[in-house]
Structure formats: C-alpha cells, structure tokens
Design a protein around this ligand. Structure first.
Ligand code: ADP
Ligand code: MG
Length: 599
C-alpha cells in the first residue's frame, strides 16, 4: 500500500466530514438530504468494489440491501411492536431486542454468507451472463421477501423500525465504506481482479485465479451494500420491498456509471452529481415556483433527467467522469520505482525439462495439433517454426494450460501436468507471452508486471524486487508508470515478456515476440533473451517468422506443418531438410527459401 492511497483517503474523508459539518449548521432538510446521500454513497461504493474491479455490472446488489434492512429491522424493533406487526415471527427473533451495532454486524454477516453461496455460482460466469444472473438474484430475493410474510409483512409496509440512523452514524459508516473500497482497490486483490477484467486469459496465464478474485470482491461488496441497507431501514423507519428493486437499482447504477465505476473517486463524484440532480428535479416534479410563476408539474422528470445524464456521459466519456485514475493519481502521477537490483543468477537447480508426448488438440473437425512430441530443457532455447496455421500458437496454448488438450500428456520434470489450469502452470514455472498482445490495458507497466510477481501473495515476499528486476531486464524501468496500452508496439511486447519474467519461470514461451519490431529492436531483444536464458537458467520455446533470427538464436529447432512435427534438430541440419523447405513456401519457392534459410 502506498502513501498515496492514504492521501486519497484523507481527501475523501475531509470532503465527507466537511459536508456533514455544513449540513449540521444548516440543519433540517439539508441533514436529511445528506443522510440519504451517505446511504447511497455506501451502496455505490459497495457495488463499485465488485463491478468496478471485475468489469461486470451487477443488478443484484439491492437484494443484499433489502435482506440487511429487514433482518436488522427485526433485530432492533421493540418486542411489543413485533407482537403487533410481526406476530408469527419465530421466538428467537420475536424476543430479540438488539442495539444498532449488534444488529448491523449480524445483518452484514448474514448478507455476506448469502453472497458467498450465490457467488460461488455467479463468479463462474463471464460478462453479460454474470450480469443476467445478478438480475435473477434481485428478482428471486424480491419474491422471497414478498413470500416470507411472517418475517417481512410481504408487500405491505414494514414499520416500527427505530430511527437510529442520524447524520453522524451515516457519515461514520460512509467513511468506513470509502476506506474499505479504496484499500481494496489499491490492494493486491484489487489489482489481480482488474487484471482479470482487462484480460482474463492473460491473468490466468500469470497465475491469477480470476474466479476466486471475483468471489472475494462479490462478498466484500455485498457486506458494504448490506451496511447501507441497515442504515436505510433505520433512517426510514418504515419501508416496503419496492425500495429494494429496479427503480433504486437504476438510481444507484447511474451514480456508479456516471462517476466511473473503476475508481472510488468516480463513485463519490457520481453519487454527488446524481444526488444534486435528483434534488433539483424532484422540486420540478412537484411544481416549482420561479419568480412568482408556477411551473407545471413534470412527473417523471427525475428519471428522465438521470437517463439523459447517463446518455451524455457515456457518449462523451464511456468510462465515466473518473475513468481510470483516482483524484490523487491524477494529481501526483509519478511514483518512485525501486532501483533495479543486480540480475541475480538463480540457483541452478539441475535438469528441468518440459515434455509434451503425443499432444493432440482438435477444434471440432480441425486437428490443429496432431500427436506432437517436443521437449525443452533448462537453459535451452528451442525454436518453433512452421507456416501460418501449422499449429504453433495452439501448441503453446495447450502447453501453458490456456486450452485443454484433446489427447496426449504433458510432463514438467517427472510430474504429469496434463489438464492443469493456466494459473496452476504459471505457479509451476511456465511463463508466456501472446501472439496478439494481451496486456492489462488499464494498468500501468509496473502494475502489469506486479500481477505476476504477486502470484503467491500473501505467502511470498520480495515482489517489489521481482518487479524491478523484470522491468530492468526488459529495459522498461523508465516507463514503469506509463499506462501499458499507450506504449509503442515493441515496448508492449517487452512488457509482456517482463510480466512473464516476474513469475520467475523455469520455462518461457514466446509467441512471435519480435513481430512488429524493426531490425534494431529485434536484435536488441534477442541479445536480452540470450542473456536471460543464461543468467536465469530458463528454457525458452520461441515461435517466430524471422527464420535467420531463429537459426542464429536457437540450439534446436522444431518445424511444424499442418499440425505435425515434420523436422527437428540443429538449425544447420533443419534448414537443409527438403521437406522443411517445401512446407515453407511450396516446391515453387524452394530455392528462394533455401537461400533465406541459409542467409
Ligand atoms: P500458427 O500459430 O502456427 O499460425 P495456429 O495454432 O494459430 O497456427 O492455428 C492452427 C490451426 O488451428 C489453424 O487452422 C487455425 O485456424 C485453427 N485454430 C486456432 N485456434 C482455433 C480456435 N480457437 N478454434 C478453431 N480453430 C482454431
Ligand atoms: Mg501463431
């Protein structure tokens, strides 16, 4: 956690408490508006923890708000009141008479347990499938609340909840929520989840269990939203199930989306903006008097106004007002990067090997990789070449666990790792880059690399050193704080390699790492790779179209064609192989290719 995180938090807290002091001075309706604002803000912050970091919009969070409002209301309601309004409550609830704090703790924990159960399913879903599932959750919980009349009075008003939410309780809880949301965002958990949001496949290959990260965020966010539900119930005193359904979901989502859901600053800005607009438009709705002239009532203008704001912001700035950076990150952009340590030669553990035995990968009818056997040893650079579509990328995907094998076995040393997930293989020492660059585009260069370096967090230490070493090895130390997607093509490829290096891999797969680089950049990269292979003792499996380069760099070359290995051996022998030359450009161009291969 950086000092800057706390500067950011101090800014929010000053704003919230300042607002609370001003509202106390004004009193009356200002206090009420601010309490409602704080309650909404807490809910938005909670939703942002999940949606902002996972990129998955949730329509379901008001279910947790409702659950917590009803449960805490039952727990704090005076016993005589319950005998009248909720006569059929089970005894342990009917006789309960708790303070706000105890009821809050119980309601929040209960909502988080519900979230955990539901989340086990939802966290397995991707994108809009997950969003639809959250919508289902909202509808189901709504139905359950209506059905559980003995507990909730069904669709009738639920009344008699003591009004315990005053301005300072709400302000205190808002501060708590904002601290949790920002700490989560800047934590390793938040970083990993955002990596998964930007590119789930690459995050997996860097050792991130994206589903687990989603589940953690979901449960934390449910707890925060539940807190807002408790406060809301104890502010209103009486409410009905409608309060936790579509209309309010829409209002809270508007706050989240307009402000920018990826940042805490965005949640705050959105909550402020939408609250102000709502207050103004609400007055219009009930016939505002301006200069003695009474405007006609405009029903529905609040929702129409909010809708228009959403449309406008999405049109001008799709990520919301604060798109990617917190206010403090916008102001203090640069951070210090740890000085690069000397490249440490790794303890040369003896004789690692990666072996594929008769690996086959079929896509429906097409056999992309057909009974391929290859091996890579420690400190060895193996070239993998072959015409377009010969199955090179697919082989790397299978060996790194990105795609499941159809048949065959993969061994790491003597362990059978066939079928292991990409995250697990990353942990076992397989790092890779992608043919089509797959960076975490919204993250900085350093954060991209940190995702891999923090794989074992909190168990492992020394992540900062790993990041610094990987950046230095790829010559990226100066660009550590740049947003990854803004770099040149060549630098983006270097970031991908640095990210893989931060896993401290035993084997590194590079899929056309020099594509798009000029001669100079390519030569520099190859010199770096050769150095790394020696100092770190890694085995490298490299795919590239630049044949002379592969021939110079590699001790051994494997040639694929139409899914099969057609030749394997020392570069000098392979390049004379007539089968290879022919496969490469057909018999016609053989002579030219032979020339190219031997140049
Ligand atoms: P290379 O990297 O050697 O150019 P690929 O491994 O990308 O080749 O592709 C090998 C073959 O598998 C091609 O015919 C390609 O169209 C096919 N292929 C690759 N990925 C998929 C996929 N996800 N689904 C279906 N076919 C695929
Ligand atoms: Mg390829």
């Amino acid at each position: 956690m950086q000092a800057r995180t706390w500067i950011g938090i101090a800014g929010y807290v000053a704003l919230l408490l300042g607002g609370a002091v001003v509202a106390t001075l004004i009193g009356g309706s200002a206090e009420r508006v601010l309490i409602v604002f704080f309650v909404s803000l807490i809910a938005v912050l909670g939703m942002g923890i999940y949606s902002g970091n996972s990129g998955i919009l949730s329509f379901g969070h008001l279910a947790f708000m409702g659950i917590a409002a009803y449960l805490s209301g039952i727990l704090t309601m005076p016993v005589q009141m319950k005998q009248v309004s909720l006569a059929n409550l089970p005894a342990f609830l009917g006789e309960a008479n708790m303070g706000l704090l105890g009821a809050t703790v119980i309601a929040v924990i209960f909502a988080m347990v519900v979230a955990l159960v539901v989340g086990i399913v939802i966290s397995r879903l991707e994108g809009s499938a997950a969003t639809i599932a959250t919508l289902g959750l909202l509808v189901i919980v709504h139905g359950v609340i209506i059905g559980a009349r003995d507990f909730t009075r069904g669709s009738q008003s639920f009344f008699g909840v003591p009004r315990l939410t005053d301005l300072w309780v709400a302000a205190g809880c808002a501060v708590l929520a904002i601290v949790i949301a920002r700490l989560y965002r800047d934590s390793v958990l938040g970083l990993k989840l955002r990596a998964g949001r930007d590119d789930g496949l690459a995050a997996g290959a860097m050792g991130v269990n994206v589903r687990r990260q989603r589940l953690i965020a979901w449960v934390i966010s449910a707890g925060i939203v539940a807190l807002s539900g408790v406060l809301l119930g104890h502010f209103l005193g009486a409410f009905s199930v409608k309060k936790f359904y579509f209309v309010d979901t829409f209002a809270l989502l508007a706050m989240l989306i307009v402000g920018g859901m990826a940042t805490v600053t965005g949640a705050l800005a959105g909550a402020i903006l939408i609250t102000i607009v709502t207050e103004v438009l609400r007055r219009l709705e009930s016939g505002l008097v301006i200069f003695g002239y009474e405007l006609p009532d405009m029903f529905g203008s609040t929702n129409i106004g909010i809708g228009l704001i959403i449309l406008f912001v999405m049109w001008k700035r799709a990520g919301g007002i604060f798109d990617r950076l917190e206010w403090d990150e916008l102001i203090f952009r640069r951070t210090r990067t740890a000085a690069a340590p000397e490249e440490m030669p790794h303890a040369a553990e003896e004789g690692h090997t990666l072996r594929a035995e008769k690996v086959t990968k079929a896509f429906d009818g097409l056999i992309a990789v057909n009974e391929v056997s290859v091996a890579v040893g420690q400190s060895e650079i193996v070239g993998l070449i072959g015409p377009n579509g010969s199955g090179k990328t697919t082989l790397l995907n299978v060996l790194s666990g990105v795609l499941p094998v159809t048949s065959g076995r993969v061994f790491l040393d003597d362990d059978d790792v066939t079928g292991a997930s990409s995250a697990r293989l990353a942990g076992l020492g397989i790092g890779r880059t992608f043919q089509n660059i797959r960076l975490f585009t919204s993250l900085s260069v350093k954060q991209n690399v940190a995702v891999a370096a923090l794989r074992q967090w909190p168990a492992a230490s020394g992540a900062d050193e790993k990041v610094a070493a990987a950046l230095a090895a790829m010559g990226l130390t100066d660009k550590a704080d740049t947003q990854a997607s803004t770099l040149s093509y060549g630098d983006q490829r270097r970031v991908e390699i640095a990210r893989a290096l931060a896993l401290e891999p035993r084997f590194l797969f590079l899929d056309e790492p020099a594509a798009g680089m000029n001669r100079e950049e390519t030569d520099a990269l190859m010199a770096d790779l050769k150095g790394l292979c020696q100092t770190r003792g890694m085995g490298i499996l490299i795919v590239d179209h630049d044949l002379p380069l592969i021939m110079r760099l590699c001790e051994r070359v494997v040639v694929m064609n139409e899914g099969r290995v057609i030749a394997e051996g020392e570069p000098a022998a392979v390049q004379k192989d007539p089968g290879v030359v022919e496969a490469y450009l057909g018999a016609k161009g053989s002579q030219q290719v032979a020339d190219a291969l031997s140049s």
